[in-house]
Design a protein around this ligand. Sequence first.
Ligand code: FAD
Length: 429
Amino acid sequence: MDVMRLDVTLRPTRRDVARGISTTIATSMLPWPALAQSAARIVVIGGGFGGASCARALRRLDAKLQVTLIEPNRIFTACPFSNEVIAGLRQLQAQQFNYDSIAAEGVKVVAQAATKIDPQARNVGLADGGSVSYDRLVLSPGIDLRFDALPGYDEAAALKMPHAWKAGEQTILLRKQIEAMEDGGTVVLAVPAAPLRCPPAPYERASLIAHYLKNKKPRSKILILDAKDGFSQQRLFEAAWKELYPGMIERIALSQGGRVTSVDPTTNTIITDFGNYTAEVASVIPPQRAGRIAEIAGAADNTGWCPIDPTSFASKLVPNIHVIGDATIAGGIPKSASAAHAQGKACAAAIVNMLSGKSPETPRLTGACYNTVAPGYAFSLSGIYQPRDGQFAEVEGATSPVDAPRDVRAREAEAAENWFKKITVDIFG
Ligand SMILES: Cc1cc2nc3c(=O)[nH]c(=O)nc-3n(C[C@H](O)[C@H](O)[C@H](O)COP(=O)(O)OP(=O)(O)OC[C@H]3O[C@@H](n4cnc5c(N)ncnc54)[C@H](O)[C@@H]3O)c2cc1C
């Protein structure tokens, strides 16, 4: 795998765009004090799409770096394609990856949760009482679900009304509930306001559950209660629903009273400003924030997300800490696996430059997001993002056409599978 080639592509090719992996060279910013690179200790917290990409890229860019990846789970379970698991189209094992290849490249993988961060002492405390010192720390903890934000929805309620917004047990729980539902039941999806992890994924979930119900329980319905009016790739989704699942999916938008204000897990009731809905199966996706360790580090602001400098990924709040992936709030770049992967590589390149006293290069990140609405039927959204006025701005973007024929949708479904294979091989393979 020629990672260096990918990280320094001057202009991304179409293939690179689809893979979500290129950064470009340009110079800006003042250099940071150089540190003897051979001595540098880089600690990365979180072994998901952002953190694992970053840890691996750091070692590939400079084999002398001492890179430690802190991640409590020995097996990572990926969210992209987890909606297919819910719909019975895929097994959870196809979503799971270990850290053996990353460790074999010289990254020290510590199977612990980080529980404390002391930015002055540059030290990370671990759940087992141990600690790890760093010269630079990268945070990629993903999201936490805000169990304080939706009355009635806490960890116990999530066992009745699964969010399945972190893949694993929750994914299987939702799948089992849908499999156990009688024909004629209603599946309710509660969708929060932005910002959220993978904005189009709730609608992909509705589509794939509809596919399952159409084949197995055709009298059933899906109701989306949405805290937003418009949503990503709305015209494409709605056209697909009309074509594939006529009359099966109903959506109540924010202005129609769709915002969920509380839930009652004892009766599976979802309450909005305008009415109460009782569901046979309820998937409640609550509001989100950066993973808790970001707040412990002092890197999250009062929005719950982490402001960063988009050129270096340096935290705007805490020195010597970089933040990547879903945990960041950085303008127009979406919270997606492909963006986290691109950020992980660009952040590694920025750190290597800074350690040798050079300016970080201006990143040009690509993100591609595929939505599968039925087997062999997908569409996509891709964008290129660059720093503008201290944020990431989308400088180019492309969406699948609304009126594309079925063979185009079939090719996009194939491209989606290939994207997932490539990104996971690049990170974990
Ligand atoms: C249903 C669904 C479908 C999706 N589909 C797509 C898709 O098709 N395409 C796409 O690009 N994106 C998709 N996404 C979004 C994608 O999964 C996320 O954007 C991506 O995982 C973000 O990467 P990350 O590194 O920020 O977080 P993650 O990948 O979640 O990794 C975070 C890691 O940090 C670890 N961690 C957290 N706290 C600590 C701590 N204290 N100590 C140590 N480790 C810690 C966690 O265990 C986790 O392994 C989807 C998401 C969902 C929910």
